[in-house]
Design a protein around this ligand. Structure first.
Ligand code: GDP
Ligand code: MG
Length: 195
């Protein structure tokens, strides 16, 4: 595969859609030279979101660990606030919050293609925690949400976009969210000039 052929999935989350940021988000990828080759506004079912996010123990433990680390950092008693300090239980709890959040409004799903699409899109999106995201990133420019506030309110962090983290995750998400006939490749005017 030519490096220009790398693909990744972006989903504009309910807070992004409800804040009117769809165009802004598409623009940030397009202006960088990345190509949108599939795009759709839709409402997801809980089952779809459940199948979208990984179910393996490793991913759930990582989610639990990240949440617990945040409690430790701010000296908050996880057990008092969540009723448990078990990584797996907390991971499953955050996963449940995600299902509620991702089905609370329509989403926009897209496939973005280009050189280092996966890493480039993560870079343009910024890190998971908007409060820690650099200005110039989508999460850093449009949100100040943080795990400490989200955990206290027992909801997922509202961070505007989802973006695949690895090429493997991207391919899984492309297969899951898109039928082959929904993907439309084309040549962009810039292709001849930029590369
Ligand atoms: P992402 O790839 O940057 O979206 O982050 P992850 O794959 O680690 O987590 C998936 C989603 O779960 C994030 O985008 C957040 O919406 C939510 N999330 C992740 N970590 C936490 C956390 O510590 N607390 C809460 N409340 N939500 C979290
Ligand atoms: Mg992720």
């Amino acid at each position: 595969m030519h490096p220009k052929e790398e693909r990744t999935v972006v989903i504009v989350k309910p807070d992004g859609v409800r804040r009117g940021l769809i165009g802004e988000i598409v623009n940030r990828f397009e202006r960088r030279g990345l190509k949108i080759i599939a795009l759709e506004l839709f409402s997801a079912t809980k089952q779809q979101i459940d199948d979208h996010y990984p179910k393996d123990e490793k991913w759930i433990l990582r989610l639990g660990e990240k949440t617990l680390a945040n409690y430790t950092q701010y000296g908050i008693d996880a057990k008092a606030e969540l009723g448990t300090d078990d990584k797996k239980e907390i991971g499953l709890m955050v996963r449940g919050w995600l299902l509620d959040y991702m089905t609370s409004a329509p989403l926009v799903k897209m496939i973005v293609k280009g050189i280092h699409a996966v890493d480039m899109v993560r870079k343009i999106s910024g890190p998971t925690m908007p409060a820690a995201a650099e200005m110039g990133t989508i999460r850093g420019d449009f949100s100040v949400d943080d795990a400490s506030a989200a955990n206290r309110d027992k909801r997922a962090i509202h961070n505007i976009v989802h973006a695949s983290e690895t090429p493997q995750e991207a391919e899984h998400e492309i297969q899951f969210w898109f039928a082959p006939e929904e993907v439309h490749d084309y040549k962009r005017a810039e292709d001849d000039i930029m590369f």
